[in-house]
Design a binder for this molecule. Structure first.
Ligand SMILES: Cc1cc2nc3c(=O)[nH]c(=O)nc-3n(C[C@H](O)[C@H](O)[C@H](O)COP(=O)(O)OP(=O)(O)OC[C@H]3O[C@@H](n4cnc5c(N)ncnc54)[C@H](O)[C@@H]3O)c2cc1C
Length: 442
């Protein structure tokens, strides 16, 4: 790539048409001189996934992008109590803790729950179908070529772009191209998940109106209404990954799970949970909790490629925040790119400029998601240690844990724009300080 100014549009190739890829495409398409193409391995965009939550962080970002259709009550559910989560005791069904919003003044910024397919569809409505290329499974990437970055797909096709955005999720092909020895790790926790019409459960006596997490001594159970009159249940089995429960030892992502095993898991729980379990229809699916073994050393590859969403920081879904993190990554990437390619610019940045923008994006997002990843890895290790030691949590400890709540305001109410601005001012301060030191020496 030459460093001469060029006036052709900036070509951005996004691999992965999930929540991250679509949000990035919507943001980038606001720039008149950016051409976006999305490459997705699936051969059709069908309704897949179970429930997904967005916190104030992701919801605010979707609103900034003008995506009202993706945050309204037409598509999402918000509980009547304005509490993002209510914790109940597994046996007594008593409320033992709550999470609260802290700085959320607008209704549409309150935690919202969706069937993933409905959120995905709402984002898709904002992207022209012609820029999405299906049946394109990325197999390799080359960033050394003079023409930018070259992507090779399993069907033999090859494309080039100025920038590659890896938005291809947990098992990212983009990440594997740059970090071939990267490993995903199973925490020992495997969730059962189902989504079905609310009509199947609404007559259950005592069914909470709000999203509820029942906490048990070694497992838990989550149930919530979702948008469009759907309902979700999420259960889980925890075991020592080196000595797993045989029922989940080889469970694969999205594999059919046994309704009988689900019933057996919750057979001694309170009547509301038992009734929800009894009413759950097929398909019930397994979702093993897979995460990075640790943070990636860098998210910037060859000054032309980076990662967003689960591809960058798979953390196993803890705190139901993967969707919002992906949305905020996409927006931080867009804001960073604007610093080298403002909306009124027509001469696209060269490789050096692109590299600067990618490093700014990394500086804004990586410390934030690493804080989460490190906490999750620590918590997972503690759970496994407890199983190995054979010492179950006592009822008293459980109550204390629930009373503390999830303690995740820093995560769910994180404002990506403020974080972006803070990063820029920090950089300016360093620059000004550096200049002052130079002047002082004169
Ligand atoms: C089918 C599916 C179901 C899910 N269900 C849930 C759920 O029920 N609840 C929940 O909380 N989270 C679910 N997730 C994960 C959730 O979507 C993410 O944690 C979060 O939204 C971050 O999204 P993402 O865009 O980074 O990754 P993803 O949503 O995983 O999207 C990645 C996209 O990249 C595509 N892709 C992967 N590899 C390649 C490749 N080599 N070449 C081209 N394309 C590729 C995938 O097909 C997918 O469309 C699901 C993800 C998927 C893919």
């Amino acid at each position: 790539m030459t460093s001469q100014p060029e006036s052709s549009p900036l070509e951005v190739a996004i691999v992965g048409c999930g929540i991250a890829g679509l949000t990035a495409a919507i943001a980038l398409r606001q720039h008149p001189y950016i051409n976006v193409k999305i490459y997705e391995k699936a051969t059709e965009l069908k309704e897949i996934g179970a429930s997904i939550a967005l916190g104030p962080n992701g919801l605010r970002t979707l609103e900034r992008l003008g995506l009202h259709n993706a945050i309204s009550d037409e598509v999402a559910f918000r509980g009547p109590s304005n509490l993002p989560m209510i914790y109940r005791h597994w046996k007594t069904n008593e409320v033992i803790g709550v999470d609260r919003h802290e700085d959320v003044n607008q209704y549409l910024h309150r935690t919202a729950r969706y069937h993933r397919a409905h959120l995905h569809q709402a984002l898709l409505e904002n992207v022209p179908r012609g820029i999405i290329h299906l049946g394109k499974q990325l197999v390799s990437v080359d960033v050394d070529s003079r023409d930018g970055v070259t992507l090779k797909f399993q069907d033999g096709t090859v494309v080039t772009a100025d920038i590659l955005l890896g938005a291809d999720g947990l098992r990212s092909g983009v990440r594997s191209s740059f970090v071939p020895d990267f490993q995903l790790k199973w925490s020992g926790w495997t969730a059962f998940r189902a989504v079905f019409p609310t009509s199947l459960v609404e007559s259950i006596p005592g069914l909470p109106a709000d999203s509820t997490h029942w906490w048990g001594l070694s497992t838990n159970f989550f149930a919530s209404r979702l948008g469009k009159n759907t309902f979700t249940v999420v259960g889980g089995l925890q075991s020592d990954p080196s000595n797993p429960n045989p029922h989940i030892a080889n469970a694969e992502w999205d594999q059919d799970a046994s309704l009988q095993l689900f019933k057996d898991t919750y057979e001694n729980w309170n009547p509301v949970v038992k009734a929800l379990v009894d009413a759950t229809p097929s398909p019930l699916r397994f979702y093993p909790n897979l995460s990075c073994e640790g943070p990636l050393p860098t998210w910037v590859f060859g000054d032309r490629a980076t990662l967003i969403g689960d591809a960058a920081h798979a953390h196993g879904g803890a705190h139901a925040t993967g969707g919002s993190l992906a949305i905020d990554d996409a927006y931080a990437f867009y804001l960073s790119l604007l610093t080298v390619f403002p909306l009124n610019a027509i001469v696209k940045p060269n490789r050096e400029g692109i590299g600067k923008a990618l490093r700014l994006y990394e500086e804004v997002r990586k410390p934030h998601v690493e804080k989460l990843l490190n906490r999750v890895l620590e918590a997972n290790a503690a759970k496994v240690e407890r199983i190995r030691s054979g010492k179950l949590e006592t009822d008293e400890e459980l109550g204390e844990r629930a009373a503390r709540g999830s303690n995740t305001i820093w995560l769910h109410e994180h404002d990506v724009v403020k974080a972006f601005e803070a990063t820029l001012s920090r950089r300016n301060e360093i620059l000004v300080q550096g200049e002052a030191e130079v002047y002082a020496k004169l």
